[in-house]
Design a protein around this ligand. Structure first.
Ligand SMILES: *Cc1c(COP(=O)(O)O)cnc(C)c1O
Length: 397
């Protein structure tokens, strides 16, 4: 079955896609239309926390789909109540609003902060975000993002987002005025290349926000739900943010996201916030199955052990081929290349035979690794072996 049999002309082209299509997935492996297998270190961009079609998720989907799929968000349902209480009892937050994507959760965070500003800060509405940050692809979250070029593609932007520099507290402080209501950041900038906010910076932000009566919002869409080896990345710094957003891994591959806030911040009035699919029992039942696996201490410990294996292996490759090192927390890691051939390596990896390898290059000089959180040691070793082979080949070119 060749790719040319398929007519893709009815699809809106929004990104350059390779001439293959995936028909099956299991754990760390994807299979294409010709039966070729690929070791997947993208996992839907850090989405499939338990890998492709994990048995636990499939079971939750099957059971819940036979019971109740969508009664409407204007009625309570059991899985959403249970998942919300799991999240609040394992974090510093008191209440949860479920949504369907990271961008939608962040929109909710922005709305909540603005509403809080109307009530508590004489209508202050501006939010300080970071240069090179990524918060989603709706108009408001693109405006909140600091991705170069995004200030003009769909102009005019949504007003009220000021850009500071990550790990530079005075760049944040100098932007504060009476119209500022919140500071929002990713604990580790994911899309811009796995750039961690350091712990001192997060602590300083917490102090600064308190001093000026601002809300501190962490976007943990990529870093949350065990990805870094703790349930949430903010827990590395011992701070308590006021608002947090979750996405990606929370649904293990299903569209599910969440907006969490401390009680004092939960100021939405009836009608301020909603959405047709929000908190539906099908997705939250799967979220529950995912949560009950990844929140176990032994599971999080295993994420850290695997991260260590991956980190050491990448560092070894970096030394062997004179690359510029590796970084990250848990199973969100990046390897910094010494030249801009990341896209070339992504292609070489995919084209390996008999088994391909799926990698992501968020920057021209950077490879990002986001395996499932239950990736095996053998799969990590296989990744490293395949990378070694590619670097070896490239170094001879
Ligand atoms: C992926 C991502 C988003 C957007 O999530 P979507 O589900 O694609 O809307 C927002 N913030 C961060 C940090 C992300 O990594």
């Amino acid at each position: 079955m060749e790719f040319s049999k398929f007519d893709v002309s009815s699809l809106m082209e929004i990104t350059k896609r390779p001439d293959l299509l995936f028909v099956r997935g299991s754990g760390s492996w994807l299979e294409d239309q010709n039966g070729k297998r690929y070791l997947d270190f993208i996992q839907g961009w850090a989405v499939n926390s338990l890998g492709h079609s994990s048995p636990e998720m499939v079971l939750a989907l099957r059971e819940q789909s036979q019971l109740l799929i969508n009664p409407s968000p204007a009625f309570y349902n059991i899985p959403s109540i249970n998942l919300a209480s799991r999240l609040t009892s394992n974090s510093c937050f008191d209440r949860v609003f479920f949504a369907n994507s990271g961008a939608e959760a962040n929109e909710g965070a922005i709305k909540l902060a603005r509403k809080w500003g109307q009530i508590n800060k004489k209508g202050a509405y501006k939010i300080i975000t970071m240069k090179d940050s990524f918060h989603g692809r709706t108009i408001a979250t693109m405006s909140a993002s600091g991705k170069p070029g995004w200030d003009s593609i769909f102009k005019p932007q949504v007003d009220g987002f000021l850009k500071a520099e990550i790990n530079n507290i005075s760049s944040v402080e100098s932007l504060i005025d009476n119209n500022v209501v919140a500071i929002m950041l990713e604990p580790i900038q994911g899309e811009s290349g796995v750039i961690p906010a350091n712990i001192e910076f997060l602590k300083d932000l917490r102090i600064l926000a308190k001093k000026h009566d601002l809300l501190l919002i962490v976007d943990e869409v990529q870093t949350g739900m065990g990805r870094t080896g703790k349930l949430f990345a903010y827990q590395y710094s011992d701070i308590e943010p006021d608002i947090m957003t979750l996405g990606k891994g929370i649904g293990g591959g299903l569209p599910l996201s969440a907006l969490l806030a401390r009680e004092e911040v939960c100021v939405f009035a009836y009608g301020d916030q909603g959405g047709t699919y929000n908190g539906n029992p099908l997705c939250t039942a799967v979220g529950l199955a995912v949560f009950d696996i990844i929140s176990k201490k032994e599971f999080l410990d295993s994420v850290l052990r695997k991260a260590d294996r991956l980190s050491k292996g990448l560092m070894h490759l970096s030394n062997k081929y004179s690359l510029l090192g590796e970084r990250g927390f848990g199973l969100l890691r990046a390897l910094v290349l010494s030249s801009n051939d990341a896209n070339h390596i992504v292609e070489e990896a995919r084209n390996l035979t008999p088994e391909g390898l799926l990698l992501n290059a968020p920057r021209p000089n950077l490879l990002r690794f986001m395996p499932s959180l239950n990736v095996t040691d053998a799969e990590i070793d296989l990744l490293l072996e395949k990378l070694d082979y590619i670097f070896e080949r490239i170094s001879k070119d």
